[in-house]
Design a protein around this ligand. Structure first.
Ligand code: FE
Length: 208
């Protein structure tokens, strides 16, 4: 028998929530760092406050928690997949994500991306909310600049147009819904982690 409470929660309803995609930049005192998040939101306007939620597994979480400052870079629809690979699929713990780039800096000294963004917003952390797996930073705005009027990248646009399309005619197995990585095999191990983007088995779907 199915659980009647479980029946009331269709998790795909949550996919209908709209999101943007952002590169959040920070600096640990030695090097610049950046990560991709979809969890940026203006939560109040008098004064303006922005909430940014970051997974505790990300190096940036610890850096932002100790420095209390970050830049939110608003990605545009022109951002190619390589931007997501560079900032989303490797960790700033081991890699300098700005090694081959001459980044621009805002007044707070942090970098903002020279391309593929339509604005950046410099933030100062005012409150930290511990959400278990994630930390939510509630911030005031210290600087904000519009770079272009190109449309913002949404999560839906990324899934429809940016993420590589798997070769589903020739491949059998499971495809990562986040980055398009294909796992070839008849059953996906429950504890499988995507080697590209590190998302769990629950973010894979069977190729039909
Ligand atoms: Fe993936």
């Amino acid at each position: 028998m199915t659980n009647p409470v479980e029946n009331k929660i269709d998790l795909t309803a949550l996919f209908k929530i709209g999101y943007g995609l952002y590169v959040v930049t920070s600096n640990d005192g030695k090097k610049d760092n950046g990560l991709i998040v979809n969890t940026v939101m203006q939560v109040t306007n008098t004064p303006n406050r922005i909430a940014v939620t970051v997974n505790k597994d990300n190096y940036s979480h610890d850096v932002i928690k100790s420095t209390g400052t970050m830049n939110v870079n608003c990605l545009t629809t022109e951002a190619p997949f390589k931007v997501f690979e560079a900032f989303g699929f490797v960790s700033g713990r081991n890699v300098n994500k700005f090694e081959n780039c001459e980044p621009l800096r805002s007044d707070n000294g942090l970098v903002y991306l020279p391309r593929y963004i339509n604005s950046y917003i410099s933030l100062a952390v005012e409150q930290y909310v511990d959400l278990g797996t994630h930390g939510m930073f509630i911030c005031s705005v210290t600087e904000a600049k519009v770079i272009s009027n190109t449309e913002s990248m949404t999560y839906a646009y990324y899934h429809a147009n940016v993420k590589p399309k798997p070769q589903t005619e020739t491949n059998k197995g499971y495809v990562c819904k986040i980055c398009g990585y294909v796992y070839e095999g008849s059953s996906l191990p429950e504890d499988f982690v995507c080697p590209l983007c590190k998302h769990p088995a629950s973010d894979f779907e069977k190729i039909k």
